[in-house]
Every structure is written in structure tokens, then in C-alpha cells.
Design a protein around this ligand. Structure first.
Ligand code: NAD
Length: 334
């Protein structure tokens, strides 16, 4: 198949071109993000390959359908960027990469936790300035702390296992409880209980209409003072204004985010020569207890390899009109 590959970065091109010779597909690597203006670049292709911030809303899907493209492969796990009702109405076939390396994201969540708990982001800068003072660097142990995990799918499960390894008490909230996690000592409870009992809270549920702003003024007020909040899932799970308020009042003691509500116009780009117009991320960056990474939790060699393998497998199944193993189906959203 001829595939229009949107939002291409060098690491995507590298990981895909290594594997393409084993598959019979032809890729056009396009730098622009997929939106209504750029959708025309897909003309003449059989399928579109898209990433997290590509637009697959109603107008773009209608444009792709006009171009006679009804196959989409997402090279990511989350699919909140797709209007599933329109895709269903127009007869699109859409596949994703359900679990490429849950450990990559879970380990990144811990990279954020450990940097914040031991202030290594501060020591890195200090030591480079020949400042070996320890003033202001007092951290805390993870062993013995209570960690709350919201969403215990593939990534949440990997996260729980790491947390148990650190000697934490692990609490969890999910619509579906995992037997495996219960057996190894994870305690499921209501969201309210988890929020009030966890010193560290990590978000691993998908973004759906029901989880948008799951972290809001009300849920923040239920958390213990000085809580550490970690989000490596999707930005809009957190109401950013409420998080800023929580940081100012010291209710939130630490915030580690790899995803941001308004990341679409910022992340995956080098804006070092530009003036940031987004007041909220600018404010977040002023807090000493906030650590932001630009949606890099997935970015390991192992994950990139798996993303390419599964995406090429998805294209193979589409090309051969086989039942699609990783198809996204229209489900009632929670
Ligand atoms: P998954 O589908 O395996 O697990 C999601 C879990 O969330 C499921 O157990 C589901 O039951 C649960 N869930 C759904 N709605 C919920 C709700 N309202 N409350 C509590 N739990 C709920 O997905 P995954 O592979 O573990 O990925 C989780 C999320 O991580 C993805 O949706 C994606 O947004 C994000 N992600 C981020 C990166 C990154 O680079 N930062 C990479 C991959 C995935």
C-alpha cells in the first residue's frame, strides 16, 4: 500500500525505514501535522499513518474520504484524536498500536517521580555551575509511601509493578480490576478513597469525555496537602488552571507532566527562538516543583521498534483484507 506518513520526525523515519524492506508498503514521509489544510497531501495514497496530535476530526475524515482514503494506522496507543462516530459513519478502518512498550511510559513516570522527589533536576544545574551545596535539596524516600494509580491497563500495570518494587503501598482505581495486580498486592478502591489516601498519584487512564478534567478543583481538594501528581497519559486529564491554583496554594507539592492540555501547538517542535504565547505552560515552568517533558515517555529504542513492527503488521492485514487484530471499534465512551 502507499502510505502518507504525517508528522514525521527523524526517529520515526529511522525506525520505519529499518523495517520497511521486510514489508511491501511504500511510505511518503511528510513533516506537516495532519489537519484540514494538509490532508490534501494524502491524495494518491491508500492509507494515512498518524500520530497523537494529528487531527482526525470530522472535517479531516470527510476530506480523506473524498480522496478515497478509508484506512488509517495510528502509530500510538491513545485514539482520543479520532472522531469515532464520523469514522464509523464513513466506513473507515482504523488500527492502532495497543501496547508497544508499556514499560517505556511507566519508567518515564518514575523518572519524573524520582527527579521531583530527589530534586535531581536542580542538582544537575547546580553542579554544572560548580555549586555543590546541598541547601534546598532535601528529598523523600519512596519506600513506605502510598502511591495511587488511576487506570491499570498495560501502562498502569507496569507502573504498579515498579512502585511495588520500590516498597510503596499501591492503591488503584479502574473500571475493570486486574486479578494479576490484586494477587501481587495492589489494593483497588473508589476514586474518592484513592485521592484522599495517596501521597503520589499517577494517571494512566485514557482521555475520554468522561475523564476530561478528572483532576479538577474538586478532586484536587480531596488530595492530601503536598501531594505529588504525575501525568504521562493525556494532557486534558488535568484542568491546567486548577493545577496552577493547587500549586500556588501548596496543595500540590510536586507536579510531573509529560503531556499538557494545550500541547498541540508546542510539543514535538523546537521553539527555542520563539516567544511562547501560552500563558499556562509559561506559568507552570516558573514553579521549582514542576517538571515538564514534551511527550517523550514513549521514546525508547524498544518502543519505536515495536511501534514500527505493529504498524506495518496492521497495514499488512489491511492490504490483505484480513480481520484486523488492532482495529479501533466504536464503543460507548465512559
Ligand atoms: P490501556 O487501554 O491498556 O489501559 C487503560 C486503562 O484505563 C484500562 O484498564 C481502562 O479500564 C482504564 N480506564 C478507562 N476509563 C477509565 C476511567 N474513567 N477511570 C479509571 N480507569 C479507566 O492503555 P495503556 O496502554 O495503559 O495507555 C494508557 C494511556 O497512556 C493511553 O490512553 C494514552 O493516552 C497514554 N499514553 C501516553 C504515552 C506517552 O508517550 N506519554 C504513550 C502511550 C500511551
Amino acid at each position: 500500500m502507499k502510505v502518507a506518513f504525517f508528522s514525521t520526525k527523524s526517529y520515526d523515519k529511522d525506525s520505519f525505514t529499518k523495517q520497511i524492506p521486510h514489508f511491501k508498503h511504500q511510505f511518503t514521509f511528510l513533516e506537516p501535522k495532519l489537519d484540514l489544510d494538509t490532508a490534501k497531501l494524502a491524495a494518491g495514497h491508500d492509507a494515512v499513518c498518524a500520530f497523537v496530535n494529528d487531527h482526525l476530526d470530522e472535517p479531516v475524515l470527510r476530506k480523506l474520504a473524498e480522496l478515497k482514503i478509508k484506512r488509517i494506522v495510528l502509530r500510538c496507543a491513545g485514539y482520543n484524536q479520532v472522531n469515532l462516530e464520523t469514522a464509523d459513519e464513513l466506513g473507515f478502518k482504523i488500527c492502532r498500536v495497543p501496547a508497544y512498550s508499556p514499560e517505556a511510559v511507566a519508567e518515564h513516570a518514575f523518572a519524573l517521580i524520582l527527579s521531583l522527589s530527589r530534586k535531581t533536576h536542580k542538582s544537575f544545574n547546580r553542579v554544572r555551575d560548580n555549586n555543590f551545596s546541598l541547601e534546598g535539596l532535601v528529598g523523600f524516600n519512596l519506600a513506605g509511601k502510598t502511591v495511587g494509580v488511576i487506570g491499570t491497563g498495560a501502562i498502569g500495570t507496569a507502573f504498579c509493578k515498579i512502585a511495588l518494587g520500590f516498597g510503596c503501598t499501591v492503591l488503584a482505581y479502574d473500571l475493570i480490576e486486574s486479578k494479576e495486580l490484586k494477587q501481587i498486592g495492589v489494593n483497588y478502591m473508589s476514586l474518592d478513597e484513592l485521592l484522599s489516601d495517596s501521597q503520589i498519584i499517577s494517571l494512566h487512564c485514557p482521555l475520554t469525555p468522561g475523564t476530561k478534567h478528572l483532576i479538577n478543583p474538586q478532586t484536587i481538594s480531596q488530595m492530601p496537602d503536598g501531594v505529588m501528581l504525575i501525568n504521562t497519559s493525556r494532557g486534558a486529564l488535568i484542568d491546567t488552571k486548577a493545577a496552577i491554583k493547587g500549586l500556588k496554594s501548596k496543595k500540590i507539592g510536586y507536579l510531573g507532566i509529560d503531556v499538557y492540555e494545550q500541547e498541540e501547538d508546542l510539543f514535538f517542535r523546537n521553539l527555542s527562538e520563539e516567544i511562547l504565547m501560552d500563558e499556562y505552560i509559561s506559568r507552570l515552568m516558573t514553579f521549582p516543583n514542576v517538571l515538564i517533558t514534551g511527550h517523550q515517555a514513549f521514546l525508547t529504542r524498544e518502543a519505536l521498534e515495536q511501534i514500527a513492527t505493529t504498524t506495518l503488521f496492521n497495514l499488512d492485514e489491511m492490504a490483505q483484507n484480513k480481520p484486523l487484530t488492532n482495529q479501533i471499534k466504536l464503543l460507548k465512551q465512559f
